[in-house]
Design a protein around this ligand. Structure first.
Ligand SMILES: [Cu+2]
Length: 174
């Protein structure tokens, strides 16, 4: 998908130079987005996942409704849950609530962004440009830090995007 332009001045965007050196975060109104990251993808992989934290210091709830990276055709917001001893992943149709005063974490084995139709492999150590979409805070440009491929994560070679999620043995690094 195309990345949307956003009105200048809408966002108080801050890149905090905190240590450790790899940490990065962003501000969008009352939201602080902590360390967006992804994992390196094996050759041929068509999906990648995105993880981050969102802290809402405001007085109103917000809602994460989606996200994207330039290297992928589209993005979805997913949740994972155990069903009959098997991890299942499903799109979050209504987005993910970010209640005021709380921090919501997107992490492996939990809520995450899924980037589908990946056109370029993600390489460890690089940062990939993307966006997050919030109901109130709007579209927020971020960079996802690409970290190493987890040793246990097998390759995902499906060409069918989210269909892969319903198959046994699906894995793209959760
Ligand atoms: Cu997923």
């Amino acid at each position: 998908m195309r990345l949307h332009a956003f009105p200048a001045g809408l966002l108080a965007l801050g890149l905090a130079a905190t240590s450790p050196a790899q940490a990065h975060d962003y501000k969008a109104g009352p939201l602080t987005i902590g360390h967006p990251w992804s994992r390196a993808t094996p050759g041929g992989a068509r999906v990648a996942a995105g993880y981050l934290t969102v802290t809402n210091t405001g007085t109103e709830p917000d809602r994460l409704t989606g996200g994207a990276i330039e290297a992928a055709g589209r993005g979805e917001l997913h949740t994972m849950s155990m069903k009959g001893g098997v991890m299942k992943m499903a799109p979050l149709a209504d987005g993910l609530a970010i209640p005021q005063g709380q921090t919501v974490t997107l992490a492996p084995s939990g809520h995450h962004l899924m980037f589908l139709d990946l056109t370029t492999p993600l390489k460890k150590g690089e940062r990939v440009k993307g966006t997050l979409r919030f109901e109130r805070a709007g579209t927020v440009p971020v960079e996802f830090a690409v970290e190493s491929l987890a040793a246990k994560a097998p390759e995902t070679r499906s060409e069918k995007g989210s269909d892969a999620h319903d198959r046994a043995g699906h894995d793209h690094g959760h």
